[in-house]
Design a protein around this ligand. Structure first.
Ligand SMILES: CC(C)(COP(=O)(O)OP(=O)(O)OC[C@H]1O[C@@H](n2cnc3c(N)ncnc32)[C@H](O)[C@@H]1OP(=O)(O)O)[C@@H](O)C(=O)NCCC(=O)NCCS
Length: 225
């Protein structure tokens, strides 16, 4: 048995199929997703859409165009998947509503350097950045962002359109409800909940539940609005 066969038990490995991916949004977050697609074993970047483009143009062989072109790209390529590369939670939801795509059209884009437990569940449209860790039993809703180095520990729940920012930590069974924004480096202690569309400011530590629609900052986090 040669070295390669000893690695793979003698079976021929199929080359991974990288499905074509459209990133909607060319701001900072969109460019991060383009970069993840570059190294993704599951997707390859096929087009970038943003209303800052008036018409489809080629850049480095890749089509860039307005969002109104999305349905043409989808009609031409049945395997095409979409991810919304807009960091602001409310704007991302507004774009999802405007696109009105079937959920199955959305990709789940996970950087190969993220660590996702086997039984964690990731909603469609969700993106997971390099260095993120998602523990066993965690549930991530649709169109959520688990940013670089964030930890979503065992049984934690991240709602749809929520964002767990870089280096934030959600301890076991903590909850960030729909649209919640957990700021950079913020911490939710075990089982604490940050409510829908609430913000836990950068570096804040939530030791008690943060109600819906509230901005809380500091250690321990207190509502400022
Ligand atoms: C919490 C947050 C949303 C508040 O933003 P804002 O509404 O513009 O608030 P302001 O900057 O007007 O600050 C209001 C007060 O809260 C304080 N404050 C703001 N953010 C704070 C934070 N993270 N921790 C502690 N205090 C904070 C300000 O010092 C200010 O205090 P003052 O009234 O005594 O001067 C913002 O500061 C924040 O932390 N955002 C998270 C950003 C982030 O992590 N993004 C990740 C992108 S990937």
């Amino acid at each position: 048995m040669n070295y390669r066969d000893s690695l793979y038990g003698g079976t021929e490995l199929e080359p991974p199929v990288r499905r074509p991916l459209i990133v909607v949004g060319i701001g900072g977050h969109g460019r991060v997703l383009m970069d993840i697609a570059r190294v993704s074993p599951s997707y390859r970047l096929a087009a970038v859409l943003d209303d800052r483009f008036a018409a489809v143009e080629l850049r480095g062989g890749l089509p860039y165009g307005p969002i109104s072109e999305l349905h043409n790209f989808l009609a031409d390529e049945p395997e095409m998947h979409v991810v919304i590369g807009i960091g602001d939670n409310r704007t991302r939801r507004a774009i999802a509503e405007r696109l009105a795509l079937p959920e199955a059209a959305y990709a789940v884009l996970v950087h190969p350097a993220a660590c996702v437990a086997e039984d964690a569940r990731l909603g469609l449209g969700t993106v997971v950045m390099p260095g993120a860790v998602i523990g066993p039993g965690a549930v991530i809703g649709a169109h959520a962002i688990v940013n670089s180095g964030a930890v979503v520990d065992h049984d934690a729940i991240v709602g749809a359109f929520a964002h767990v920012s870089p280096n934030a930590t959600m301890a076991g069974a903590a909850v960030a409800e729909e649209g919640a924004h957990v700021g950079s480096g913020a911490v939710l202690i075990p089982s604490v909940r940050v409510g829908s569309w609430s913000v836990l400011g950068a570096g804040g530590i939530a030791v008690r539940d943060v109600p819906d629609g509230v901005t809380a900052v500091g250690v321990p986090a207190k509502a400022i609005r």
